[in-house]
Design a protein around this ligand. Sequence first.
Ligand code: FAD
Ligand code: UDP
Length: 389
Amino acid sequence: MTGKYLMVGAGLSGAVIGRHLAEAGHAVTVVDSRDHIGGNCHTARDEKTGVMLHVYGPHIFHTDDTEVWDYVNRFEEFLPYKNRVKTTSRDPGGAHGVFSLPINLHTINQFFGKTLRPDEARAFITEEQADTSIEDPQTFEEQAMRFVGKDLYEAFFKGYTIKQWGMHPSELPASILKRLPVRFNYDDNYFFHKFQGMPKNGYSSMIDSILDHPGITVQLSTRFTRAMGEEYDHVFYSGPLDGYFDFELGRLGYRTLDFERFDYSGDYQGCAVMNYGEEEVPYTRITEHKHFSPWEEHEESVCYREFSRAADAGDIPYYPIRQVKEKELLSAYVTLAENAAGVTFVGRLGTYRYLDMDVTIREALDTARGFVSKLANGEDMPAFFVAPL
Ligand code: FAD
Ligand code: UDP
């Protein structure tokens, strides 16, 4: 028996679930309130310069998940890309410098003016820099003090994190910093996943191919209403969880980003991403988009200065805050969701979690398969295939 299903959101979640259901013979409609597909991964070629822009901020694909890597390569050609991030900050003497991230042997030697070998650097950081009195770090600040010590923490993490999250690192969980490794060799690859790359024609081209199936209809500039859902057998909702309920219990907190574009003739900064560690510099980073496509040649360059602030109603939600207060509200929304019929909440906004693209695709595939199998067994559909809490 075939059904009629609505995907709210033409980002990765909506596209991947929609494709799976369409391939299983169902009729799928995908709506998005924006006038383009791709969600926050959207890429577009700049009319003025021809540079491929990462419109909602830099996106680099990295994964250890072979099935997900095969999946993305089925829909788009991926070219090799290593994320090598630099950061501008001050060394312990107060002099400005450009340093390599994540913290590696080059960073340590340059920052402290030393010529240490790997074992010496490890001993120097763990015995002379790290605060070993912190046994079980709970906060971001404790985690940083415990593993890299005060000097590196203050130069690279403290100011950046205050700008990024609008909170002191002592109020944030250690888990945020755990995403960043410290290396005692010269490996400056930001990620350590087995598969890494960049889609040759951009993420929107890949998502366009995923949506390109006779069973899928896409309607852009179309805002979902709950009444719309009644025409379908089931809705997969990848918009904000609180938005589905018209924010009736209040708004889940998000950080939003403002991008200030400037153009440059030539090479502005020599790399794709330059972070700024100092709190006095108002932006967190500058991205120079042509360096995301190193196989292309462009004389003209487009750069974004990136500013982070608390999201107001009407702003694009980027990073879920997920502090104690937000988790309480989230828990109340989860209860509402579990009592709502005919809808499953998916993706980064539907489950109010930070999700990398590969995790988004993995969860979308698992959700679609779970749905098809429950359908075959005549079972009820859950509000969440992946729990938000
Ligand atoms: P989204 O992409 O947000 O798609 C949801 C869609 O739903 C949107 O298009 C929205 O317009 C639409 N929508 C919402 N409400 C409604 C409504 N009521 N009616 C109709 N449509 C609606 N991941 C990586 O792997 N590597 C990276 O380098 C990386 N960089 C990132 C950088 C930033 C700044 C951010 C914020 C995220 C980054 N990510 C990265 C994560 C990546 O963006 C997500 O994994 C991905 O966007 C999740 O896809 P999604 O479909 O769940 O959500
Ligand atoms: N971070 C930092 N300095 C940097 C880069 C990152 O302090 O130069 C912190 C910041 O709090 C950020 C976290 O480390 O939120 C995780 O970094 P990541 O690069 O994963 O950030 P995201 O992809 O979430 O922007």
